[in-house]
Design a protein around this ligand. Structure first.
Ligand SMILES: O=C[C@H](O)COP(=O)(O)O
Length: 250
């Protein structure tokens, strides 16, 4: 049975003042029936991990370098993130693919580093509106999965987030049937490459304008094991109801 995940991606938002939200979140979900993960900006990871220490919320990062150390100014390694208290790393988010030219190959190298350091890799895939309108969604997802995932993975150490780019921060959400089609396709594609047992263990998250108002419907879709939430993860008032909706579906 896959344990569901409510993951928050703060993106480039938040300062130390915003960490109070984490204590509130822990208080509101003292014994959650799903994993709860918050990925703040890198400078906040250590303090965030201290804030939630021994509690119900895990802390993750939004990116890392593929190398363990060296002359890579401004970058941080997976080992450094683990040392700071992170237990997961988001990789290949469309904003990083767009803003920093990240490729499937670089995402794959980062995923290998993350898994080698005992962290959970959350690998993001998803199409643009033009790709969807052209009928290319499933081909694009296939090539992103093939290129971004290492050859050797364990189900429990990998999460895939399906984030249609046109749904991110726009308030537009695919129909439940569209989400279900892509998630079922991802599960089947993973099964062909890694075998049915591993594919059945990998958690598949949906991301893109998830809010309290639409969470229950999204979580009712087969093969949706949780959400990667952007804007609505910045406050307890917005995020806690999403966690509750996921707990209710678990
Ligand atoms: O990583 C999170 C996604 O990009 C979704 O962001 P959003 O919930 O603000 O649409």
């Amino acid at each position: 049975m896959r344990r569901k995940i409510a993951a928050g991606n703060w993106k480039m938002n938040g300062t130390g003042l915003d960490l109070a939200m984490l204590a509130d979140l822990c208080d509101r979900h003292p014994a959650p029936r799903c994993d709860i993960l918050i990925c703040p900006p890198a400078p906040l990871i250590h303090r965030a991990a201290q804030t939630v220490r021994n509690n119900t919320v895990a802390i993750g990062a939004q990116d890392c370098h593929a190398e363990p150390s060296g002359a890579h100014t401004g970058d941080v390694s997976a080992a450094m993130l683990a040392d700071a208290g992170a237990s997961a790393v988001i990789l290949g988010h469309s904003e990083r693919r767009q803003d920093h030219g990240e490729t499937d190959a670089s995402v794959r190298a980062k995923a290998q580093a993350v898994i080698a350091n005992g962290l959970t890799a959350i690998v993001c895939v998803g199409e643009t509106l033009a790709q969807r309108d052209a009928g290319d969604t499933l081909d694009l997802i296939t090539s992103q999965l093939n290129g971004s995932l290492p050859d050797t993975i364990a189900g429990h150490s990998n999460v895939i987030a399906y984030e249609p780019i046109w749904a991110i921060g726009t308030g537009r959400v695919p129909a439940a049937a569209q989400i279900g089609e892509v998630h079922a396709f991802i599960r089947s594609t993973l099964g062909q490459r890694f075998g049915p047992e591993t594919a059945a263990a990998i958690r598949l998250l949906y991301g893109g304008s998830v809010k309290a108002a639409n969470a229950a419907e999204i979580f009712s879709v087969p093969d949706v094991d949780g959400a990667l939430v952007g804007g609505a993860s910045l406050s307890v008032a917005d995020f806690s109801p999403i966690v509750s909706a996921l707990e209710a579906s678990a």
